[in-house]
Design a protein around this ligand. Structure first.
Ligand code: NAD
Ligand code: G3P
Length: 370
């Protein structure tokens, strides 16, 4: 029997970041600063790397561990030395009880399936992923996918967070969305919050995640307007109409979504920053300047060098949901963005069709549509 005067030492939390793209690497940097300074976390942060061979012939994970720099997805930024790149996903998650998921959304279902039975029983998760899957039953948010496949609770963190700006420690804010357990949400806030990254929590996981997901569709619309050189007023109109559609669709899908969530960093602030400076905006601008003649796949490969756009596939997923539920006409901006991306309409349709949206009655009382 243990001597009765021996104090029980609380176990330190171990964090693994699943993903090491542009935002994944910055997230690891933020977290690793805090795990070094806060006693309740184990210093080391594992970061799973989807392995690839660099032009030098070296593995990306080896280079990250040798140079403390993700030379492909976050060049020029030193990661803290307690970030350890690990190309073996099962090994990377094995000891962690806090799992941070941050990959492009299209890879998440496969990743979760690989992790079944490989994670700790007491693990909890947070998703930084902006996107959704569409199943036969309807839309499935990535946090739900994680919870359902892995059987663990999953919060979300979204916000006005262009990764390259946070990497150089420029001030920004973010929102953690949680379902029930405020204590876990507070632990996530503690893990991410730094003097230049101010995090707050709201009890609205779907609202936060839908804001982060749907704003990528609006950002494409904003990019089309920029590419057509239509000016700031038109772009502001697109952003306003887009925000209105974001709110209406979120509330139709999840009536529990709160109005106030749209005023958090995950809402209007993320919409603004993405429409001004995001990758979706940039590629949509190029798409419109080329008259829709170069595909998004081609532009993504040329302009982003391995980074992934989320807006084009999200526009398709949103379109499938709208079409399945008979809501296409209620969401002209979302509908038109997909039709432009898929080549059925010219980029200029963004204004012609969306003008109609501005005249639609507000979708404030959606209950009768269900
Ligand atoms: N970059 C940003 O500014 C930013 C900010 C906030 C949120 N996000 C969101 O974070 C998520 C991740 O984006 P990111 O910017 O970190 O990634 P990224 O677009 O920079 O990089 C793509 C990543 O996908 C990986 N990958 C490629 N093929 C893969 C495969 N078959 N399986 C698994 N992984 C594969 C690559 O190794 C790379 O790590 C997205 O949902 C994005 O919307 C990004
Ligand atoms: O570069 P984007 O368009 O993927 O947007 C990045 C972030 O989501 C901004 O918060």
């Amino acid at each position: 029997m243990a001597p009765s005067n021996q104090l029980e030492v609380p176990q330190k939390s171990r964090v693994t970041v699943v993903g090491s793209g542009n935002w994944g690497s910055v997230a690891a940097k933020l977290i690793a600063f805090n795990t070094l300074h806060i006693n309740s976390f184990h210093d080391e942060v594992r970061m799973w790397v989807f392995e690839e061979t660099l032009p030098s012939g070296e593995n990306l994970s080896d280079v990250i561990n040798r140079t403390n720099e993700n030379v492909k997805y976050l060049p020029g930024i030193k990661l803290p030395k307690n970030v350890v790149a690990d190309p073996d996903i099962e090994h990377a998650v094995r000891d962690a009880n806090m799992l941070v998921f941050v990959t492009p959304h299209q890879f998440m279902e496969g990743i979760c399936k690989r992790l079944v039975g490989k994670i700790r029983e007491d693990a909890v998760a947070i998703s930084l992923i902006k996107g959704m899957e569409v199943k036969r039953e309807g839309p499935c948010m990535i946090s739900s996918l994680i919870s359902e496949i892995l059987g663990i609770s999953c919060c979300v963190l979204m916000g006005a967070n262009i990764a390259n700006e946070i990497a150089v420690e420029k001030f920004s804010e973010a929102t953690v969305g949680y379902r029930e357990n405020k204590e876990i949400a507070e632990k996530w806030v503690q893990l991410f919050n730094t003097p230049y990254f101010m995090v707050s929590a709201v009890q609205d996981v779907e609202g936060v995640e839908l804001c982060g997901t749907l704003k990528n569709v609006v950002a494409l619309a904003a990019g089309f307007v920029d590419g057509l050189e239509m000016g700031n007023n038109t772009k502001a109109a697109i952003m306003r109409i887009g925000l209105r559609e974001m709110k209406a669709l979120s509330k139709l899908l999840f009536p529990s979504v709160k109005d106030n969530t749209f005023f958090e960093s995950c809402g209007v602030a993320d919409l603004i920053t993405t429409c001004l400076g995001g990758r979706n905006r940039r590629c949509a601008d190029a798409f419109a300047r080329n008259g829709g003649k170069r595909s998004f796949d081609e532009l993504e490969a040329e302009m982003l060098q391995g980074q992934k756009l989320q807006g084009v596939s999200t526009a398709k997923e949103v379109y499938e949901v709208l079409s399945h539920r008979g809501w296409l006409e209620l969401f002209p901006l979302f509908t038109t963005v997909h039709e432009i991306c898929s080549g059925r309409l010219a980029p200029s349709a963004i204004v012609e069709y969306t003008e109609h949206s501005a005249r639609l009655p507000l979708l404030e009382s959606p209950v009768h549509l269900n």
